[in-house]
Design a protein. Structure first.
Ligand SMILES: C[S@@+](CC[C@H](N)C(=O)[O-])C[C@H]1O[C@@H](n2cnc3c(N)ncnc32)[C@H](O)[C@@H]1O
Length: 273
């Protein structure tokens, strides 16, 4: 007779069948040979993350039917993958045209029911109110997973809006805006649940700016506990860049630095109480 399943309150993974989950990563180094495509995913937005990040984290940290809150929705990778995995999603994005574009990529009958798309500034109270209204409409009081994939400060310029984190005048201002979003996300997330921060570092005037660690520290300040720092390669994004890779390699050798090949996927948990 089959043993009854043994699950945690925040996952459908049956621990009695733990050997069956080869596809679920548990090591802190994620090496993907290429970006997952199909199932609604396209490389259509400069700055989007690979769907595997969403697949892995939703599989480990949510149950079927639960609500993922992505406060930097971009081109909608989280929303697409949430639906693929039988989850629901609330997505916030500053750029109205992008929200319209994401709307067109999702099945019409799931919009306004299983997926709520909000045009808004994730640092603002008005957006928090709109997320709460969406949660209520979905029959929930809190989200079950918080996804944070902010701009890596000014590495990519996303819009001309002052509330866009990519327009923060300096690193401290960027971190302050990011912390505000993390604090609002903390309040919207159910106790005992997880948050995922996807971020890379940058160089500025010959100095490494460790945005990953500094953002992690800001997420801790609002009350989250760090569970894991995962390093993920970006090999799949680098294809076809042979000539420029050589140029960067020359510059690295000449300048004494290393070329970024990785980003961080940092996992946090909101305490139960
Ligand atoms: C790194 S991208 C996210 C990409 C997304 N994960 C995807 O796969 O397409 C960051 C996004 O945050 C948006 N953004 C920047 N500042 C924001 C703010 N204050 N509120 C909401 N969205 C913001 C940008 O317009 C950009 O689309």
């Amino acid at each position: 007779m089959d043993r009854p399943s043994k699950t945690k309150p925040w996952s459908d993974i049956d621990l009695n069948r733990w050997r069956d989950y080869d596809h679920v990563l548990t090591d802190s180094l994620w090496l993907f040979s290429s970006r997952a495509s199909g199932d609604g995913h396209k490389l259509d937005y400069h700055g989007n993350f690979i769907p595997q990040i969403v697949t892995q984290t939703l599989t480990r940290y949510t149950k079927a039917g639960e609500v993922v809150l992505d406060v930097f929705l971009g081109s909608g990778t989280s929303a697409i993958e949430a639906l693929n995995l039988g989850r629901r999603c609330i997505g916030v994005e500053l750029k109205p045209d992008l929200i319209e574009y994401v709307r067109g990529k999702l099945p019409a009958d799931r919009l306004g029911t299983d997926v709520h798309l909000i045009v808004g500034d994730s640092t603002s109270q008005a957006t928090t109110d709109a997320v709460r209204a969406a949660l209520t409409a979905m029959g929930e009081t809190h989200a079950h997973l918080l996804m944070l994939h902010p701009p890596y400060h000014d590495i990519i310029h996303f819009s001309d809006r002052a509330s866009d984190l990519s327009n923060a005048p300096d690193t401290d201002a960027f971190l302050d805006m990011f912390e505000t979003v993390a604090r609002r996300g903390y309040d919207l997330l159910a106790p005992g649940r997880f948050a995922v921060l996807v971020i890379g570092d940058k160089y500025e005037k010959g100095e490494l700016i460790p945005l990953g660690f500094w953002c992690m520290e800001r997420v801790n300040r609002v009350g989250f506990k760090t569970k894991a720092i995962v390093v993920k390669n970006i090999e799949g994004n680098e294809r076809g860049k042979g000539r420029s890779n050589n140029l960067w390699r020359y510059r690295a050798l000449a300048g004494g630095y290393y070329i970024f090949k990785h980003e961080y996927v940092i996992i946090f948990r909101k305490p139960e109480r």
